[in-house]
Design a protein around this ligand. Structure first.
Ligand SMILES: C[S@@+](CC[C@H](N)C(=O)[O-])C[C@H]1O[C@@H](n2cnc3c(N)ncnc32)[C@H](O)[C@@H]1O
Length: 179
């Protein structure tokens, strides 16, 4: 079976092409950025609040990958063009300080900023961990997205049937302008 990250990648794949603009909203060790680069997209913006994670990998990429040591909630300040594909992999970075984790209100703000930047037909994938520490975040994200008009953003949730605290994915495709 596919992992939730693999499901997120499969969902984003049709939105990728040689000129595609992509956002990795939670860089961490850079696996999602690596995935975008392997698919030969046009540009990648990658965000993480942990500067040392960005520093660690800054020489691994060419100039079409922009690593940004700032919160994804501020992405509107850095990304001024329409985005084709965006991924958020919430929570904390494995093998790093687990207290540095994504936070509910910042995550909701970032998803809103991302939806504004996403082009029509652009795709966003969220991988969410509703365990003890991510439960509040998971609830905040769902409360934000549930009332969204499906004619504006089409949204699906993919989750395990018999695992209640394991990761799940929310997949979004923008249909009309998001205000
Ligand atoms: C689950 S990890 C991401 C894993 C990553 N995609 C990878 O391939 O290794 C979550 C990351 O989000 C980062 N993070 C936490 N709050 C953030 C924020 N407000 N803006 C951007 N990144 C944030 C953490 O520092 C952590 O590295």
């Amino acid at each position: 079976m596919k992992t939730m990250v693999e499901i997120a990648h499969s969902f984003l794949s049709p939105a990728l092409h040689r000129q595609a603009v992509c956002v990795d909203a939670t860089f961490g060790q850079g696996k999602d950025t690596d995935w975008f680069v392997k698919r030969k997209v046009g540009k990648v913006y990658a965000f993480d609040i942990q500067e040392h994670l960005i520093e660690r990998r800054k020489n691994d990429f060419q100039s079409h990958v922009r690593l940004i040591a700032d919160s994804h909630a501020s992405m509107g300040r850095y990304v001024k063009e329409d985005v084709d594909a965006m991924i958020f992999n919430f929570g904390f970075c494995p093998h790093e300080d687990p207290s540095v984790t994504t936070m509910p209100s910042e995550s909701v703000k970032a998803i809103g900023a991302g939806l504004k930047r996403l082009r029509i037909k652009g795709r966003m994938a969220l991988v969410i961990y509703p365990h003890q520490f991510g439960k509040q975040e998971s609830e905040a994200i769902e409360a934000f997205l549930k009332p969204v008009d499906p004619h504006i953003v089409s949204i699906q949730k993919v989750c395990g049937l018999n695992i209640h605290t394991g990761p799940y994915a929310i997949l979004l495709e923008k249909r009309k302008e998001w205000k």
